[in-house]
Design a protein around this ligand. Structure first.
Ligand SMILES: [Zn+2]
Length: 381
């Protein structure tokens, strides 16, 4: 099973929970955010050789107050004024994001996180409390303005992944709509959504348990996070329950940003064990994550003597850009092995010794449209 790290609510500069005043919850901590908090995400990625997803809110990056033209996106409406958060820290943080794209995936989260109709907000930006999508023209405008905020700050191309704010989302079209949110954001190039199915409308329509395909967009169950959203300085100890290690930005940070590295080091140590273990691996990026998860759930595997037979018939409905590429097998064996494959390409194999057993990590690549494949495991002389 692959594990993908998803970190919510990056992008805020204020840490204040403003919900009592109809402002966003933000990150709910007692200090503001600084560029070092972005570096913490990069350091986590570098420490593990992965690309964590940073689900990003962009209203406090608005250098030109363009959000006055999108009053549903902020607590100030047409009087939006972000001048207090325009300063050199924007460029410093942007530099960290731009220069570390191998260890930082900017994921669409939202502009102001909630949805303001007049003075008061309702949860949340993309869907209401029951998971029903906001009016389509508003959704399109929020996407347009998100793209403009990315451009203002040169934060890179439009994201390929999406985390719904407040985890309010509907799978497939919701009441009063002909298209699903997945279909709308697919037109912007998004191919993957990660959200807890426990709060998702139409979750019963999901086809593959831990993930579903909505208008060609892979939608993955986030499950439960290890910590609450506003807990700062976390030391993870309990077990990750599913394929997503979801957290919120404060969970990775220290009250003193100069000591962020202490918290990051704890996460690196904790998560590295999942990569080394027999039953799990850390996805190097969210694209590989989707491929590996689809195979983990759908690909049939049987051991017949020294052969491993792979059956791809159940993965067929999954889009080819996920299901017809690479995936990884881990094999534990008492003896050293060599591998021979039929109907599939063996790209790489390596092993470590663990308790006198050989623990192999094998990267395979499908030959398109072959419905099955076989791998022979031969005892090395
Ligand atoms: Zn959020």
């Amino acid at each position: 099973m692959p594990i993908q790290i998803v970190i919510d609510d990056g992008g805020w500069w204020s840490g204040e929970d403003g919900s009592a005043r109809q402002e966003p919850y933000r990150t709910g901590i007692k200090r503001n955010h600084v560029p070092a908090d972005y570096q913490a995400i990069v350091d986590l990625g570098q420490g593990l050789g992965i690309r964590p997803q940073a689900a990003t809110i962009l209203c406090e990056w608005d250098r030109k107050n363009i959000l006055r033209k999108l009053p549903t996106s902020t607590w100030m409406g047409r009087k939006w004024d972000n001048s207090k958060w325009v300063g050199p820290w924007l460029e410093e943080a942007a530099d960290i994001i731009r220069n570390n794209t191998r260890h930082y995936e900017l994921t669409l989260h939202g502009i102001g996180h909630e949805y303001w109709a007049g003075r008061n907000f309702t949860r949340a930006e993309w869907a209401d409390k029951t998971g029903v999508m906001r009016p389509l023209d508003q959704v399109e405008q929020h996407l347009d303005f998100y793209a403009r905020l990315l451009d203002q700050n040169q934060l890179g191309p439009f994201p390929k992944s999406f985390i719904p704010t407040a985890f309010l989302h509907g799978f497939g079209p919701t009441k009063g709509h002909e298209t699903s949110l997945a279909e709308v954001i697919k037109k912007r190039g998004i191919s993957y959504i990660n959200t807890p199915f426990s709060s998702m409308a139409n979750a019963e329509a999901v086809q593959f348990g831990v993930f579903g395909i909505d208008a060609g967009v892979m939608t993955v169950d986030r499950g439960e996070d290890l910590f609450d959203w506003n807990i700062i300085g976390c030391k993870p100890a309990t077990k990750i329950s599913g394929p997503t290690c979801g957290m919120h930005w404060p969970n990775l940070l220290h009250p003193d940003p100069e000591r962020n590295y202490e918290i990051v080091a704890g996460w690196v140590k904790y998560l590295a064990a999942y990569d080394a273990g027999f039953e799990t691996l850390l996805a190097p990026d969210s694209t590989f994550f989707q491929q590996q998860l689809a195979h983990h759930v759908c690909t049939g595997m049987t051991i017949n003597g020294q052969f491993i037979d792979l059956d791809f018939s159940r993965i067929q409905p999954v889009p080819a850009q996920i299901s017809e590429l690479q995936f990884i097998l881990k094999i534990s064996s008492a003896s050293r092995l060599q591998f021979k494959t039929e109907n599939i390409k063996l790209l790489a194999d390596s092993f470590i010794m663990e308790k006198e057993r050989f623990l192999y990590t094998i990267t395979l690549e499908r030959i398109p449209e072959r419905p099955s494949a076989r791998m022979e495991c031969i005892k090395a002389a």
